[in-house]
Write a protein of this length. Structure first.
Length: 88
């Protein structure tokens, strides 16, 4: 068998093995998300401006949902009506 075919077969086997390991690891170590934080994050503008004092919208949504932070720190959201915000 030529050296090229040996290389192709061995790289294919390595790709399948590592792909299976990555697939298993992604299911085994899956992180469950908080649905309240997800809802708050969907309502934020995702501009990542940092005007609220957090590095992005996701950390700010986590602070609002889990740590009792006030929702009024997001400057782009202040212009939107509050009827869109869910009650928690």
């Amino acid at each position: 068998m030529s050296a090229i075919w040996i290389a192709v077969i061995s790289l294919s086997i390595l790709g399948l093995v590592f792909g299976a390991l990555l697939g298993y690891a992604s299911r085994r170590f899956k992180v469950e998300e908080d649905p309240i934080v997800e809802q708050i994050d969907e309502l934020l503008p995702q501009s990542q401006c940092g005007q609220c004092g957090y590095p992005g919208c996701r950390p700010y949504a986590d602070a609002v949902g889990n740590h009792g932070e006030m929702i009024n720190k997001c400057a782009p959201v202040e212009s939107r009506p509050c009827s869109n915000w869910p009650r928690y």
